[in-house]
Write a protein that binds this ligand. Structure first.
Ligand SMILES: [Zn+2]
Length: 205
């Protein structure tokens, strides 16, 4: 599904990057994987990307990097970039700015990066303002809903292939929850993007 934030959201969150649309670039697509690393999913994802010489960006959880440091290491060894997705998948609403930012600080002990994605996309303008002093805040324009067990695998793939365009940031997950969908979707998506002449790149800012 395409996600185009309403104007008031863009005004409330001016520092957030939603896409990399650019008239001079007709080929780049940015796949992103959230909530990993996971030993059952992440190495498999890396293998698929490698087959297509595709690069991506992994928004990792500090607690998972702490638990699976060798899986985390594989991501950068394969030439992908990593982002901070908080330590414990924290939800911003109802938390003080200090407590919210602290969770990303905990994650920073394990993930060194200038990229950040807020979990659930739920946080206040002030929380984002604080974090954007230190990080580029990356959201997405294509939502796959690969974590959902309410949609079919085919539907999940269609959510992406129907809307993806040059400059798109595609939201995927390398988590246990999305394993069933991602293992169907990713090889087909990579094949689709290759046929269309797209090049999958890591986000590097
Ligand atoms: Zn997440």
């Amino acid at each position: 599904m395409r996600f185009r934030p309403p104007k008031f959201i863009k005004r409330l969150y001016p520092s957030i990057i939603w896409n990399f649309y650019n008239d001079d670039d007709k080929t780049s697509v940015y796949l992103t994987f959230d909530d990993g690393p996971n030993p059952d999913v992440t190495p498999w994802v890396l293998e698929q990307l490698e087959k297509y010489n595709a690069k991506a960006t992994f928004f990792c959880l500090g607690k998972n990097v702490e638990q699976y440091p060798e899986v985390f290491k594989m991501i950068s060894e394969h030439g992908h970039s990593v982002g901070n997705h908080s330590y414990s998948h924290v939800k911003g609403f109802g938390l003080s700015v200090g407590r919210y930012v602290e969770d990303f600080d905990f994650a920073e002990e394990f993930i060194q990066t200038n990229l950040l994605r807020p979990p659930y996309a739920r946080c206040t303008p002030l929380q984002i303002k604080m974090l954007s002093q230190r990080f580029h805040i990356i959201m997405m324009d294509i939502v796959s809903r690969d974590y959902s067990n309410k949609i079919s695998r085919q539907h999940c793939l269609k959510n992406i292939t129907k809307y993806v365009q040059a400059g798109s940031i595609v939201g995927l997950h390398d988590s246990k929850k999305s394993e069933k969908n991602i293992k169907y979707v990713l090889p087909r998506l990579l094949e689709f993007l290759k046929e269309k002449g797209f090049e999958c790149k890591s986000i590097i800012l």
